[in-house]
Write a protein that binds this ligand. Structure first.
Ligand code: BTN
Length: 247
């Protein structure tokens, strides 16, 4: 198992001298990141006891086999850029995995990373205050005994002894910082769309008690899902929506 310590991670975080907090065990790196006064910081844990996913779900975070990281970032014009934070984060993770592993993975709207038809990474972005956001990223780095409900839907990265968790954390962090520093340039949306696995697929979108099924025809410049249904074309922004494939 490759060890996680801040000196090791620092070797791979090239762009900014941000403080790095590393924990053996924590409730949630997002929770801790939100308490920090730093404008930029990286929080990493070897395991989480209360890892959180979107829509109040739990994020399974066993020790030693995952990347559990949260970047607290100061986003210029945070309010205008809110729609782009989750898509930008998905691009940062996708690029890091593609570069280090040279594998074909895809982005499932809005910000899950898939290998084949199984999820390998999830992202939970949360506002901190009027200037900063926390971008929480969980990546299944290596094989772990999965609970029954995850067995058919989750996977892990391929084994590659030359890639460590510290390298992957560094690569993701560098990508995040680069993309954020280029805002309001949102040309990463082209990368996002070209690696999306939902465009051209039949999907079922659920928001609370409502469901919409149809063909996903595209993703808007702001990252909203465009779905052609029997009742017309809907533009769905990520908020509280879950998406399933129906093909
Ligand atoms: C999802 O799949 O719905 C999002 C999962 C996000 C998990 C990461 S792990 C690091 C950070 N801390 C958390 O509690 N959640 C995020």
């Amino acid at each position: 198992m490759n060890s996680l310590n801040s000196a090791e991670i620092k070797k791979y975080v090239a762009k900014i001298p941000l403080p790095i907090y590393v924990f053996d065990k924590i409730d949630s790196t997002n929770n801790f990141a939100k308490t920090l006064s730093d404008d930029f910081a990286l929080v990493v844990a070897d395991s989480q006891t209360g890892g959180r996913g979107r829509l109040g779900r739990e994020f399974f975070s066993p020790r030693g086999t995952g990347v559990y990281m949260s970047c607290k970032v100061n986003i210029p014009s945070l309010y205008e850029n809110v729609p782009f934070i989750t898509t930008l984060a998905a691009v940062a993770v996708h690029k890091a995995i593609a570069k280090l592993y040279n594998i074909d993975c895809s982005i499932k709207w809005v910000n899950d990373i898939y290998i084949g038809n199984k999820k390998v990474s999830g992202i939970l972005c949360e506002a901190c205050d009027e200037r900063c956001a926390v971008i929480g990223i969980g990546i299944n780095f290596s094989e772990a005994p999965l609970p029954e409900n995850l067995k058919s839907i989750a996977t892990h990265l391929p084994q590659n002894p030359s890639v460590t968790r510290a390298m992957l954390i560094g690569e993701v962090t560098n990508n995040l910082c680069t993309l954020i520093s280029h805002l309001p340039d949102t040309s990463f949306m082209d990368y996002y769309k070209s690696h999306s696995c939902v465009i051209g697929k039949n999907v079922l979108c659920t928001r609370g008690n409502e469901s919409f099924s149809g063909l996903c025809t595209g993703i808007s410049p702001q990252g909203a899902l465009i779905v052609k249904t029997e009742c017309g074309t809907l533009t769905l922004s990520s908020g509280e929506i879950t998406l399933r494939f129906t093909d």
